[in-house]
Write a protein that binds this ligand. Structure first.
Ligand SMILES: CC(C)(COP(=O)(O)OP(=O)(O)OC[C@H]1O[C@@H](n2cnc3c(N)ncnc32)[C@H](O)[C@@H]1OP(=O)(O)O)[C@@H](O)C(=O)NCCC(=O)NCCS
Length: 179
């Protein structure tokens, strides 16, 4: 079953990215060193990196019930950031979120993550989880506000390509089971 490519929450429009979004994605968050600091993908150096991500996104959407989404303000129409589901099996998916800096601190990540939880549930995901850097308190807080449970620390698990030095770090694993 495919998920809806577009959904709305109280303040957000959340929809699948398309080619025409590339320049805005690049400018708003994908090229920003502060936004990408704790992310698992290298900061985009040019819009061609963002176009490559779009090809990845299309492949995800082709193979799985859903994939990456962009998060937009209903009020202003501005691009706020991105979220999505990355499926590992039909019942297990990883989620995440990245917002443009001017959109931090308004509860948007929490609202977007709540939408991802319901979307995941609607397509039969049983385990939705997220990994985050052990120092990334804002991200823990978003996960905890959405009812994710800290399962533990995964040691020497993830590379953070935008941190200097580029190291393999411990990460916190948060999961939500969806009966
Ligand atoms: C992490 C991120 C998604 C949070 O987005 P946001 O929309 O500001 O999050 P919300 O407003 O929904 O919630 C943030 C919560 O963290 C808290 N918080 C923010 N910074 C914090 C800090 N340094 N220490 C502790 N708590 C912090 C906020 O007070 C808020 O909690 P509250 O509602 O109880 O007050 C955003 O900062 C971001 O996009 N960062 C860059 C990308 C990124 O790192 N993504 C996550 C990768 S794991």
């Amino acid at each position: 079953m495919k998920a809806s490519e577009r959904l709305e929450t109280a303040r957000l429009v959340i929809r699948r990215p398309v080619r025409a979004d590339v320049k805005t994605m690049f400018a708003r968050y994908a090229s920003d060193p502060d936004v990408t600091r704790f992310l698992g993908w290298p900061r985009h150096q040019s819009p061609s990196d963002t176009r490559r991500f779009l090809r990845f996104s299309d492949a995800e959407w082709h193979h799985w019930p859903a994939g990456p989404y962009l998060v937009w303000s209903r009020e202003t129409g501005a691009l706020l950031g991105s979220t999505g589901l990355s499926f590992e099996t039909h019942y297990r998916a990883v989620t995440g979120y990245a917002l443009a800096k001017d959109s931090w601190g308004h509860g948007y990540a929490t609202e977007a993550l709540q939408a991802m939880v319901e979307l995941a549930r609607s397509v039969g995901v049983r385990r939705l989880y997220a990994l985050c850097h052990t120092e990334h308190r804002a991200s823990w807080r978003v996960l905890e506000k959405c009812g994710f449970v800290r399962e533990g620390i995964l040691h020497s698990h993830s590379e953070f390509p935008n941190l200097t030095p580029r190291e393999i770090c411990d990460v916190l694993c948060y999961a939500k089971l969806l009966p």
